[in-house]
Design a protein around this ligand. Structure first.
Ligand code: OOG
Ligand code: MG
Length: 256
């Protein structure tokens, strides 16, 4: 019997990302459980570290109903971000480097202290440097952007790019604020931050718990994306993509 191992799965996903060419879902050729899917994700990210990329933070996925329903996946997931995925506001995003990229508006947290416990609202001022609006670019490595929960976890939760707006002090209100994504000046997705786990501060609690459970350290300078409050949209060459959140300003990218 020739059972494909975790390294071979990670290699397929890594090459799909690297060559911007979709691969078939793992569930077509190998059954993985959740724990095994996270093991594949760890190998996949290690391949990026070997190429010189550095961990810059973590992200949550499927923290809102809008996202769960759009993708047909109903459990929260977490993945890793690297400096190779980071863009600056106003940057060009070269579409040819991606397979079928989508954009979604996000709320981001910047840490100033290593996370050594499960965080709650009262810890925000001592652990956070700031909060900001962000755009996440997700690009599933699977054909037709279709996956099971295990597939998407192994694929580092579709992480492929992110850009963060100006940081605001951690006391800036982020509960119950409007957040939207526009394309060429027209709002395409609109939501409320409380769509994220009831309120986005819950994602801080969730990621600190998950990171501690999985032995992944959140360090000073690291960023966490809370998970999108709205559905994601496919992006096309020539588009100007902007995310805005009430009281947090805006951030944008130009797809080329
Ligand atoms: C998985 C990533 C989900 C979010 O914010 O919910 C995510 C995907 O939708 O491809 O980043
Ligand atoms: Mg996201």
């Amino acid at each position: 019997m020739n059972i494909i191992n975790y390294h071979q799965i990670a290699e397929r996903l890594d090459e799909a990302a690297f060559n911007a060419k979709a691969t078939e879902q793992i569930s077509n050729y190998r059954q993985l459980n959740i724990e095994e899917a996270y093991a594949v994700q760890a190998i996949l990210i290690a391949r990026r570290y070997i190429r010189g990329e550095k961990l810059t933070g973590l992200k949550l996925g499927f923290t809102s109903k809008a996202k769960m329903e759009q993708m047909g996946v109903h459990d929260m997931i977490w993945g890793r971000l690297t400096d190779g995925m980071l863009y600056k506001s106003g940057d060009e995003l070269p579409k040819h480097r991606f397979i079928h990229p989508r954009a979604e508006p996000e709320i981001a947290f910047l840490f100033k202290k290593e996370v050594d416990k499960i965080l709650h609202e009262e810890d925000m001022v001592s652990y956070l440097e700031g909060v900001a609006v962000a755009i996440e670019i997700i690009d599933s490595r699977y054909e037709n952007f279709k996956f099971s929960l295990e597939d998407v976890i192994a694929d580092n939760c579709s992480s492929s790019g992110y850009v963060i707006g100006q940081w605001h002090t951690p006391t800036t209100p982020i509960r119950d604020i409007g957040i939207n994504l526009s394309v060429n000046g027209t709002v395409e997705q609109e939501g409320n931050s409380n769509a994220i786990l009831g309120n986005p501060i819950e994602s801080l609690t969730a990621i600190s718990r998950l990171a501690l459970e999985h032995g992944e350290r959140i360090m000073p300078g690291h960023v966490v994306l809370a998970g999108a409050a709205t559905s994601a949209i496919f992006i096309q060459k020539g588009q100007h993509i902007e995310a805005q959140a009430e009281g947090l300003g805006s951030v944008n990218l130009n797809v080329v």
